[in-house]
Design a protein around this ligand. Structure first.
Ligand SMILES: O=C(O)CCC(=O)C(=O)O
Length: 286
């Protein structure tokens, strides 16, 4: 049964979706990429490594070690001028509904209690191409962040996907949120490619009532076969039973709080009920 479901999923996805969930495959991919990278290494490092960093106090080895051990490092925090610039940008930009990306756009100020002014329920609203914001681009290009990513993955990532989205507080039920494609409120692990690591930053102060990110520490290291071959989603009970409730953390913090995560761990967003959350997520893949 589980195998049949897996095969059918594989048919609908690609090879990376089939293989990227296995730690061994990720390790082999990484080693291959670093060997290729060694021979292709340019005389001068490519990119914008000469830029000043936004994280002058970060210790790259400690952060990488924390992601290896725990699946996350919390505390790669953005300076307030960058937070302010990103927030101003997201307040002014047209947003699209997560469940209707080609539908009518709306602005942050037009959403009240999770309802847009045209009456559509709105769990999440995203900004198109957020790297247009110079402050977002500075975060993407940050030499310390890129060094963390390179050292964790073992190679330079080929794809970077940037998401800047508001999660709107509302009395909406979780069932309604799921129906409106806010399925990440349920525990799941990501299979974004053969290898990946994400950096996320709260642009608004965030706690458990305003959509805090929740995760199971160390669940990136090993999963039983039924969790690897079956759906990437799992019930809270199954995750607690497998990894221990004591390993669950809720990441709360002031605006600017940043965390770098191996999202092959079980994680989820919480449903905001009392405050909106604006989060910048940068996905470094393959
Ligand atoms: O929004 C969040 O806190 C979680 C997002 C997430 O789970 C995902 O993108 O896979």
């Amino acid at each position: 049964m589980v195998l049949a479901a897996f095969v059918s999923k594989v048919r609908k996805h690609d090879l990376a979706y089939l293989l990227g969930r296995f730690r061994m495959v990720r390790a082999v991919y990484s080693s291959g990429r670093s060997v290729i990278g060694f021979f292709q290494r340019p005389a001068e490092p490519r990119g914008k490594w000469h830029l000043p960093t936004l994280f002058p106090h970060a210790s790259v080895p400690d952060i990488v070690q924390s992601i290896r051990d725990e699946a996350v490092f919390v505390g790669l925090n953005l300076p307030s001028h960058i937070v302010d610039e990103i927030k101003t940008f997201a307040l002014a930009e047209p947003l699209h509904a997560i469940y209707d990306p080609k539908g009518p756009t709306f602005h942050y100020s037009e959403v009240l209690n999770g309802i847009a002014s045209d009456g559509r329920p709105m769990p999440v609203g995203g900004v198109s191409d957020p790297a247009r914001c110079p402050a977002v681009q500075k975060v993407i290009d940050d030499p310390i962040l890129r060094s963390i990513v390179r050292k964790y993955l073992g190679h330079e990532p080929r794809n970077i996907i940037t998401i800047l989205a508001w999660n709107f507080a509302s009395p909406m039920t979780d069932e309604e949120r799921r129906r409106l494609k806010h399925g990440v409120i349920d525990y799941h692990y990501d299979v974004a490619g053969y290898n990946f690591v994400y950096a996320s930053f709260y642009i608004t102060a965030t706690d458990r009532y305003s959509g805090a990110h929740v995760m199971m520490k160390r669940s990136h290291k090993w999963k039983p076969l039924r969790m690897l071959l079956g759906s990437a989603r799992a019930s809270q009970e199954a995750v607690y039973e497998q990894f221990g409730r004591e390993n669950e953390i809720t990441i709360e913090g002031p605006a600017g709080t940043g965390f770098v995560q191996d999202t092959s761990c079980y994680h989820r967003a919480s449903s905001p009920t009392r405050g909106d959350r604006l989060m910048l997520a940068i996905r470094f893949i393959n």
